[in-house]
Design a protein around this ligand. Structure first.
Ligand code: ZN
Length: 397
């Protein structure tokens, strides 16, 4: 870490880096004193005092007024100030839209869920997303500033925020970021789009119980299976931004037909529609997944034999998918989200056994259920929207 006492214009980047280091330290270790920050970041005390003063002035840190009774002088401790700025995240599912606003400290300011059929098409979806954004901004209130909005989509997203394909939504070639910016042109915050999987793994890295993990995969449940990949603490995006698009990984050559025209893809075996079709054969076309997943949970709890057997077989497939991810990236944890997390008590035992059998050198990767629920993508969107401030840039105004 580089430390400076008197910032000059050409040392601006150093100050940004140091500001980010202070924020990161306080986020992880709050409440902590200025002396703690200096000791743990390697910055000198005068630099830390100057950075902290600036961060307090901009409403990014606040003093708690508490003191630590340690050897020496009691010190005022610092925490992140989540009161002035929020990030906004929205996610588009097959049957719902989710909105999450979160402050810098990760405190959720609001979490909304609205039933909305993806079948309505991209234009109607953009209208609904823009309306939800306006309502959220009104609810957030004039005394807080929205720093940015990130929309999570279960599909492919390119670096411009276009969605070349999102089969789970029936979308192809949707310029989502540009459409959202047009729909929200009266707003002055940046709008970005990313994949559900990338944003969900970002949420895990920040808010979940594996936040300290630097090698982490989030496998999304829901209509499309995607993987958000963090390796060495960094999100892997790949050459075109499509890394982690594992939904059509061939897992069973004689498996059920997939929407892509082939058979036995991961999505055709583990996607929410596939799981419901398999475990509730009489369910018919499903427009609202949640009640059906709850029915499966109730049947599993009651010991229904066909449902239990089906869940064990699906769990085994999940273990195979995790072993592929493990072989590629050697993560510490693979976290499963959506319906896979909801059904984890019945899926994971078989998945763990399958994974163990395929692990050449134990203990191997851990496979766990996400604790973030179906708002993980939107929460990650809210987190991503705060990224520039967390990277040490001061908010305007
Ligand atoms: Zn497929």
């Amino acid at each position: 870490m580089i430390s400076i006492d008197r910032p000059t214009a050409d040392l601006g980047d150093v100050r940004v880096t140091n500001r980010a280091a202070v924020l990161r330290h306080v986020r992880r270790h709050a409440p902590c004193s200025r002396a703690d920050v200096a000791a743990r970041t390697g910055l000198n005390k005068a630099t830390v005092s100057s950075l902290v003063a600036e961060l307090i002035e901009h409403g990014l840190l606040r003093e708690t007024g508490l003191t630590e009774n340690r050897v020496g002088r009691p010190a005022t401790t610092l925490v992140l100030d989540g009161s002035r700025y929020v990030g906004l995240g929205l996610s588009v599912g097959a049957d719902e839209l989710v909105a999450v606003a979160a402050g810098l400290g990760g405190d959720p300011v609001l979490t909304w869920r609205r039933a909305f059929p993806a079948a309505a098409g991209p234009e109607e979806t953009v209208k609904a997303l823009a309306a939800l954004t306006r309502r959220a901004v009104t609810r957030i209130g004039a005394d807080r500033t929205v720093l940015g909005l990130t929309v999570a989509v279960p599909g492919l997203v390119d670096p411009d925020g276009d969605v070349p394909a999102a089969p789970a939504l029936g979308w192809r070639g949707v310029p989502l970021a540009a459409s959202m910016r047009r729909a929200l042109r009266d707003r002055d915050f940046p709008v970005a789009v990313d994949t559900e999987a990338n944003l969900a793994v970002l949420a895990e890295r920040r808010h979940g119980p594996y936040a300290a993990t630097t090698d982490l995969v989030h496998l999304t449940g829901g209509p499309a299976i995607g993987a958000g990949l963090i390796s060495g603490g960094r999100l892997l995006r790949g050459g075109r931004g499509f890394a982690g698009d594992v939904g059509h990984l061939p897992l069973a050559a004689d498996g059920p037909a997939c929407d892509c025209g082939r058979r036995g893809c991961l999505t055709a075996l583990l996607g929410v529609d596939a799981v419901i079709r398999r475990l509730l054969p009489g369910a018919g076309p499903v427009t609202d997944h949640l009640p059906e997943i709850e029915r499966i949970q109730a049947l599993a709890r009651a010991g229904d034999e066909p449902v239990r057997t089906g869940l064990t077989e699906i769990g085994r497939l999940l273990g195979q998918a995790a072993s592929v991810l493990s072989g590629l990236l050697d993560p510490e944890v693979v976290v499963v989200g959506g319906h896979l997390a909801a059904l984890a008590p019945w899926l994971l035992p078989a998945a763990h056994a399958e994974l163990a059998a395929r692990t050449p050198v134990p203990p191997g990767v851990r496979l766990e259920a996400s604790t973030l629920g179906s708002a993980a993508g939107a929460l990650g969107g809210a987190t991503a929207a705060l990224a520039t401030v967390e990277a040490g840039r001061l908010p305007a105004g």
